[in-house]
Design a protein around this ligand. Structure first.
Ligand code: FHN
Length: 444
């Protein structure tokens, strides 16, 4: 073997060894004390604002427009030139989230178009490099979140329809008929992951102060690929140990992940037909959904959910021991449309009265059912009656002794009988438009 080759081999072995170090670290991942504390705070928060915002909003037809219209990279690259969100007001966005009773924000730092909505030095395919706006809204949002005391999470798409090194391509290049968007038929997958993606994650976890976590999406495009997950997860935990890794890969949780998230479904249900039915009993849970039917701004989507539907979703999530991450897609000028604002404010008003039975609770002790759910904290159990019209509600046995039962809103006593076969509540009639009749049980 020549000296040059043997030196090359030695360097390769060293590099390989270096690459496996974080891998070993995440395989035996022990969350730090900060991370465990962040998980609890995450569970206490219960309600978050999901924001899908990118240059696609210019076309007002959702975040998949690149793919749906089978655009070429060259065509799509024109979009940033029209993106100039002069009305973006970070303080107003954060204030709206807080008025809605939301305790954290998760925003797309980049979606499947690969376009960074932040100032990235890794590539100029970003808002500062390519738009007339030329500013970093994520920096403004992060500063404002810190100022107003609310955690900010970054959604990050691992799937990329723009970068040439996202190669071999995944399912979305063929799922609705072949889509050749003009990229070369070659690319360096390792460079895409290790240099481009990890480079951007390093920026997000270095330049924006404490970050709540990274919400990954898009692995489902190439479920069998080696995503170098353990290396990426180790990088995140090394840069910010408290940052939670939340992967929307629709699979059972992997080492190094901190939260299990379910898309458009309660944990364990698979009505959307892409979630796993496995539910972790170890990790905090989250369920994401949309306020109308779209993630990104869709100008003709009028399927707005009523505040009452959102409230029921939130209660059922809490009863399933899960958070609700509710999405809005702001407009390309930076404004959040009125239909979202009014609904969010209505939910916030409702939460100002019912929040005690939701925030900082955990699901149970009774299993969720069609009639409703239970939540609990310390020596209280909250019975949320969502779908029950009869005057008596017979529940399964509650392990702890019930001392008193009363209505949450009025404090009026509620009659009950507890025995080894169950708990029977004499439920008060629902008030007009009352979504959730909450009965508070004091237990010991
Ligand atoms: O393709 C995305 C979609 O655009 C959106 O971001 C949702 C949010 O959970 N996730 C993906 C679909 O799984």
């Amino acid at each position: 073997m020549s000296k040059r080759i043997s030196r090359y081999c030695a360097v390769s072995i060293l590099l390989a060894a270096f690459n496996t170090l974080p891998l070993m670290g995440q395989a035996t991942y022990q969350p730090t004390a900060e991370n465990l504390k962040a998980r609890q705070e995450f569970q206490d928060a219960k309600f978050g604002m999901f924001i899908h915002w990118g240059v696609y909003s210019v076309l007002g037809d959702g975040e998949w427009i690149f793919h749906n219209r089978k655009m070429t990279v060259r065509e799509y690259e024109r979009l940033p030139r029209f993106f100039n969100p002069q009305k973006f007001d970070a303080a107003a966005w954060v204030a709206l989230a807080k008025a809605a009773g939301m305790k954290y924000i998760t925003i797309t730092s980049r979606h499947h178009d690969g376009f960074a909505m932040f100032d990235s030095k890794v590539s100029d395919w970003n808002i500062v490099g390519r738009t007339p706006y030329a500013r970093d809204p994520l920096k403004m949002l992060a500063d404002e979140c810190h100022r107003q005391g609310i955690k900010l999470f970054f959604y990050y798409s691992q799937l990329d329809w723009h970068h040439p090194d996202y190669y071999p391509r995944g399912k979305t290049a063929v799922d609705r008929g072949p889509w050749d968007n003009g990229r070369p038929d070659r690319g360096n997958w390792n460079a895409y992951l290790d240099d481009y993606m990890d480079g951007q994650l390093r920026e997000l976890l270095t330049n924006y102060g404490p970050v709540g976590g990274i919400w990954f999406d898009g692995m489902w495009d190439k479920p069998d690929a080696d995503w170098h997950l353990e290396k990426t997860y180790a990088l995140i935990h090394q840069l910010q140990p408290a940052a939670l890794i939340i992967p929307n890969h629709h699979q059972t949780p992997k080492p190094g992940e901190d939260v299990q998230t379910f898309e458009k479904d309660l944990p364990g249900r698979n009505t959307a037909s892409f979630n796993t039915t496995y539910v972790s009993d170890r990790l905090p849970l989250e369920s994401s959904n949309t306020l109308n039917d779209s993630w990104g701004f869709n100008i003709t989507d009028r399927k707005y959910k009523a505040p009452e539907q959102v409230e029921e979703m939130l209660v059922r999530s809490a009863g399933n021991n899960s958070n609700l991450l509710l999405n809005i897609g702001p407009m390309p000028n930076g404004e959040i449309q009125e239909e979202f604002v009014t609904r969010l404010r209505a939910v916030g008003e409702w939460l100002s009265r019912y929040g005690e039975a939701i925030y900082s609770t955990r699901g149970g002790p009774l299993p969720p059912a069609d009639w409703g759910v239970t939540t609990q904290k310390a020596n209280k159990v909250y019975v949320h009656i969502l779908n029950w019209n009869a005057p008596l509600l017979a529940l399964p046995p509650v392990a702890r002794t019930v001392k008193t039962a009363q209505e949450l809103l009025t404090g009026s006593p509620v009659q009950f009988t507890q025995s080894s076969t169950g708990l029977v509540l004499h439920v008060p009639a629902a008030r007009k438009d009352e979504v959730d009749r909450v009965i508070v049980l004091a237990v010991e």
